[in-house]
Design a protein around this ligand. Structure first.
Ligand SMILES: Cc1cc2nc3c(=O)[nH]c(=O)nc-3n(C[C@H](O)[C@H](O)[C@H](O)COP(=O)(O)OP(=O)(O)OC[C@H]3O[C@@H](n4cnc5c(N)ncnc54)[C@H](O)[C@@H]3O)c2cc1C
Length: 395
């Protein structure tokens, strides 16, 4: 779309998807307003891994340089035996990733990513309004009306639902879309590294064992250790991010695991629990003037660390899909067409990783043999990683 085709666009949610899409659409010349229910930007969440496919987009919208000084760049990722910590498979990252994919691999705090996106959005003249909770929306062929809890309705040419896992926009667009519990829960936590008695392995470590796995990596120039501990459970009700967890239960669940894990958990004073749900993307992601992106459309299990990356890719592809289109719906159609297969692939890879990580008995033996094969033929592993990290949607 050229500047003369500029549309009035409302984005619901100032999360990763909402702010990235605001920047991409502003770059295409649209008039963008972001409505966020929270009263202000909040220092919430924990670590987010930004892979090359996400960094290409952040680079294209001039956000990388704002984030770089706060990001950590791991040299490698190792999948380790849960008890001994012996690496079963190691992938070098750092310069090797930059050479292969044209961008590196970063870790950052979610709050730092949001702040960098927010500052870039303000500089680009995007209006971001806080304390604005969207309760409903309605479409006519000419416009879309948005109901806000605190004030009167507003209208736009296009409404983007970037309102996360409990999306209000999705519940109107896709009222039958259901989520079902995966049988897994995740604890997340941050520990100051100065409180650790020992020096945990460098890079990203993923300890894998029967029915559980534990991921740890450094954040904020190594001053924080971020962890995610996943365990299989029979029941769960909340699909929520911020439920406080019991550290004793967590410590007991991982008491027989490798010593760096014990050390991290011993130093941990606060943890949050989160139930993992399967929520496949709906068949249709949009109507004539409303579209879903990011977690509102396709929350992905965190076993390939691609939830934020898929939201970031969505944002760029949505903006380019709307370019040179005479009608918005045609642009939304193209967007869905371009993204559906990619998102489904990542959804499937993430689910497969869960069973690979949590294997026991003969299945664990087979997994370790598979990893041994990959150690001997690293090209096989690179081939798999290329499918995830090798896409540059900005090209
Ligand atoms: C609190 C929190 C912590 C997270 N921590 C991690 C983490 O540690 N590691 C990781 O990999 N991923 C984390 N994620 C998930 C990750 O950020 C997402 O997979 C990815 O960023 C997708 O982002 P999104 O913008 O689609 O959704 P979200 O990041 O969930 O953003 C949605 C936004 O919409 C707003 N919103 C919701 N409903 C309304 C409404 N009705 N009206 C107005 N605004 C609304 C929300 O307040 C939120 O700001 C976290 C998400 C959240 C919300």
């Amino acid at each position: 779309m050229s500047k003369s085709d500029s549309q009035k666009i409302i984005i619901v949610g100032a999360g990763v998807a909402g702010l990235t899409s605001a920047l991409c659409l502003r770059k295409s010349g649209h008039d963008v307003t972001v409505l966020e229910q929270a009263p202000a930007l909040q220092d919430i969440g924990a670590g987010i891994q930004l892979s090359p496919n996400a960094l290409h987009v952040l680079n294209a919208i001039d956000v990388c340089h704002k984030l770089e000084s706060k990001a950590d760049t791991p040299t490698e990722v190792s999948i380790r035996d849960f008890k001994s910590g012996t690496p079963l498979l190691t992938q070098t990252m750092g310069g090797a990733f930059t050479r292969r994919y044209g961008a590196g691999y970063w870790h950052c705090h979610r709050a730092d990513l949001i702040e960098a996106l927010f500052n870039a959005a303000k500089e680009a003249g995007i209006q971001i309004l806080f304390n604005e909770k969207i309760t409903a929306h309605e479409e006519t062929p000419e416009t879309v009306f948005v109901k806000i809890q605190s004030s009167k309705d507003i209208s736009a040419d296009l409404l983007i639902g970037a309102d996360g896992i409990s999306s209000t926009i999705r519940s109107t667009l896709q009222p039958t879309s259901m989520a079902n519990f995966t049988g897994q829960i995740a604890w997340r936590g941050l520990v100051p590294t100065e409180r650790l008695k020992t020096h945990p392995p460098e890079g990203v470590s993923v300890w894998v064992g029967p029915g559980k796995h534990f991921v740890a990596y450094r954040l904020r120039q190594g001053s924080l250790m971020n962890f995610i501990a996943v365990e299989e459970r029979t029941a769960w009700t909340e699909e929520n991010w911020m439920l406080e967890g019991d550290i004793n239960t967590l410590t007991t669940a991982f008491s027989a695991w490798d010593s760096p894990i014990q050390d991290i958990l011993e130093a941990c004073t606060e943890t949050y629990l989160w139930g993992l749900f399967n929520r496949p993307a709906p068949k249709t992601w949009h109507s004539c003037r409303t579209v879903l992106i990011g977690d509102a459309c396709h929350p992905i299990l965190p076993f390939m660390a691609q939830g934020a990356a898929m939201a970031i890719e969505d944002a760029y592809v949505l903006a380019t899909s709307l370019e040179n289109k005479t009608c918005i719906e045609a642009g939304l159609n193209l967007f869905q067409k371009k993204r559906q297969k990619r998102v489904k692939n990542l959804y499937d890879i993430s689910r497969r990783n869960a069973s690979l990580y949590h294997a026991s008995g003969i299945k664990a033996f087979a997994r370790n043999a598979l990893f041994a094969g990959a150690r001997m033929f690293p090209q096989a592993l690179s081939y798999q990683l290329d499918k995830v990290y090798g896409l540059n949607v900005t090209k």
